[in-house]
Every structure is written in C-alpha cells, then in structure tokens.
Design a protein around this ligand. Structure first.
Ligand code: PLP
Length: 382
C-alpha cells in the first residue's frame, strides 16, 4: 500500500505526471492543490462503473428518466429542495454551461461580475467570451468573508453590466452563503437586470450543521433572471467521467441551451457518466457522510496544529482549506517558492485573483495522516 505520501501522490499523479513539475518546479511535493477528494471513491460508484465496463456495450444509449429522479431525490433528501418543476438539462461541464449562458445573456464588451478570490476558470471564461470582468471583491472581516453589497449595487447599476457568476458555496473561501445574502444578490440582479449564473457545484459539501440554500429558492418571485449549475463531479471526484446539470426556471434558458446543444452536438450520452451519475445520487449518501466527517475533523486538526503564524480560515462548506499565510510576510513569488521548498503543492492564493495574495488553498478531502504530514512539512519549513 505504501506511505500516505505515496498514496496521495500516486492518485494525484496517476493521470498527469508532468503537471507538478510544470506548475511548481518539483514533482516530489505533497500534492493537495486540485479540488478533488484524495480518498478511495464511493464503492457503489466504482461498482456501477465496473458493471458498465463489463457489459461490453458502449454504443448509443438514451438517458433514462431515473437520472433526473435520482438527482431530485438527492436534492430533496440532502437539502430539502424540491425543484422537480424546474427545467433540468444535462451539460458536459460547468464551463460549458457558463460559456453558453454568457454567450446568450450578455454581449461582447459588456461586463460580468465576479467575486474574487474565486475559482480560477471564471475569469478565462469571461475573457474568452470577450466580456469584461467587474470585480466585486469579497471582504475578509473578523467574522469571515463577506460580500461587499454596496460595491455590488454600484457594479450592477452600470448599464454595461449584464451578468454575474456567483459561486455558492464559494471556492476557495468556503462560504456557504446565507438565504439573506443570496436574497440580496437576487434583489440586486432583479433591480439591474443582471443575469445570475449560480455555480452550485460544491452544494453537497456542507460542513458542521450548515445548510445549503439553492439560489433557485431565493430567486423565485424576485424577478431576477438566473440559472444554476449542479452535478456530482466535485462531491464524488467524478470530473473525469461525469456530466453536470443546468437548472433553470425560464424556458428561455432551457431553449438557449437546447439550441446550442443541437447546433454543437454537446450532449451525446456517455454510458459511464450515466452509470456514475445515477449511482452517486442514489447510493452515495453513506460515503459522502463519512467524507464530510473527515473534512470536519481535518479542519479542526489544521486549526489546532498549524504553527503560528499560519492559520486556516474556517470553511463552512467545500473540502478546501483556505490557509492564511500572510503572517509569513512573503510576496507572491516568494510564497510560492516557500511552499515548494516546504514540500507541499497547494494552489497559491493569487491564482484566484489578487485578493488571494498571501493565502493558499489545500484540498482536505484526505485522511488525517495526510493533514498531519502536511503540517509537519510546514512546521519544518518554518
Ligand atoms: C466552483 C467550481 N466550478 C466549476 C468547476 C469545474 O467544473 P467543470 O470542469 O465541469 O467546468 C470547479 C472545479 O474545481 C469548481 O470548483
């Protein structure tokens, strides 16, 4: 089986051996930088994939209704959300959905609001669509990260601003936006006719008694135009095999997606994706409960063992630890070098926008020994 380091490293390098070298200049690092679970994946999903592989039939196959039912059953069970009257379309990736929505609901040169520090793909997607980025930076307060609503109102009031990508829960800062905060976003969107794309791909990763509020539930009746994105890819570590979902209330969103889908042939059914999707949402509960317990325990472990001046910004959701390394007093390039010299590969905070300088993101969907090993390396580097 090998050491913990070997196990984590093997998993992380299994598909991409040169990546650490390219990104961090060394390949012998403890790699926890991708937002993936670095643990054994859910047995029912593995079994479904094996079964599908053994079937020997990988041709065309239509998507069964059971997929839709499995997703909405899961949402009801885990989040008390019944959205089965909403339109649900299958999309190959979150990025595809965002790209299609930006194309239709904004025009080149218009501005799209992002809330950095935020998931790295949003900015290139907006840029690739030839839209501008309007920064509504998150504010780190004594109580954790907060949205700057005064600034959001200002940005949204600009007639050139036509879209916003909301990350709920937020990667990398781990906020689980409250109903009040989301209602405020919906109200601002409605008042200024800003289309809200709610990326809710981390929805299932709710920690310590928190509650995920679907944007759909606050959007209802607010007059805002919106779409939400879901799927099992992050929760269950299925980004290499699984599709995602685009949820909407309006026929317009669904029609736009359907048209683009037909035009570009976006959604040929993948038999492995269907098998994984259905298994995850109908038989993934027990595995996820265990993972969430592990992540909560890892959060406490980090909080109690990270040596001064390193600290964790406690996450309310996601399996990502947002580490506050500002106490080291290092500039962006020096901090990256310091982490590599310590023997760890985290996503440096500035990848998520300049607001992330001095921070780093670490996946804590790992066993406790991997967290302890990471802390040891950081302590030794100090
Ligand atoms: C918030 C968020 N959205 C989207 C993605 C990736 O989605 P996709 O690869 O389907 O575009 C990630 C991956 O880490 C993510 O954290």
């Amino acid at each position: 089986m090998g050491s913990i380091e070997d196990r984590v490293t093997e998993r992380a390098l299994a598909t991409d051996p040169d990546r650490l070298e390219t990104l961090f200049g060394r390949s012998d690092l403890h790699p926890l930088w991708i937002a993936e679970p670095y643990v054994d994946l859910a047995p029912p999903i593995k079994a479904a994939l094996m079964e599908r592989a053994e079937s020997g039939w990988y041709g065309y196959e239509s998507r069964p209704d059971a997929i839709h039912d499995a997703f909405w059953g899961w949402m009801q069970r885990r989040h008390a959300w019944d959205g089965s009257d909403l339109h649900t379309s299958v999309s190959p990736s979150v990025g595809t959905s965002i790209g299609v929505l930006l194309e239709h609901f904004s025009a080149p040169g218009e501005a799209v609001i992002l809330q950095p520090p935020v998931f790295t793909d949003f900015k290139p997607l907006v840029r690739a669509a030839e839209r501008r980025i309007a920064r509504n930076s998150l504010q780190l307060t004594d109580a954790g990260y907060r949205m700057d609503f005064d600034d959001l109102r200002k940005q949204a009031a600009d007639p050139a601003t036509t879209g916003m990508i909301l990350c709920n829960p937020h990667n990398p800062v781990g906020r689980l936006w409250t109903e009040e905060e989301l209602a405020e976003v919906a109200a601002i969107g409605a008042a200024n006719d800003v289309f809200i794309i709610a990326d809710e791909i981390h929805a299932d990763l709710v920690l310590s008694g928190g509650r995920f509020t679907p944007f759909a539930t606050v959007a209802a009746g607010s007059g805002v135009r919106w779409a939400a994105i879901h799927g099992p890819i992050k929760t269950f570590g299925l980004a290499g095999v699984c599709d995602t979902l685009l949820i909407a209330e309006s026929d317009e969103v669904t029609d736009v997606f359907r048209k683009q889908s037909s035009r570009l042939h976006l959604t040929r059914n993948n038999v492995f994706s269907m098998a994984a999707f259905q298994a995850a949402y109908s038989r993934g509960d027990e595995w996820l409960d265990e993972l969430l317990d592990q992540v909560a325990a890892n959060t406490s472990l980090l909080a109690s063992t990270l040596p001064d001046p390193l600290a964790i910004v406690p996450p309310e959701a996601t399996y990502l630890a947002w580490l506050d390394l500002r106490g080291l007093g290092l500039a962006v390039p020096e901090l990256a070098k310091w982490l590599a010299a310590a023997g760890v590969a985290f996503s440096p905070g500035h990848w998520f926008g300049r607001e992330g300088a001095g921070f780093a993101r670490m996946s804590i969907a790992v066993d406790a020994e991997a967290v302890a090993e990471t802390v040891e390396r950081l302590r030794a580097a100090l």
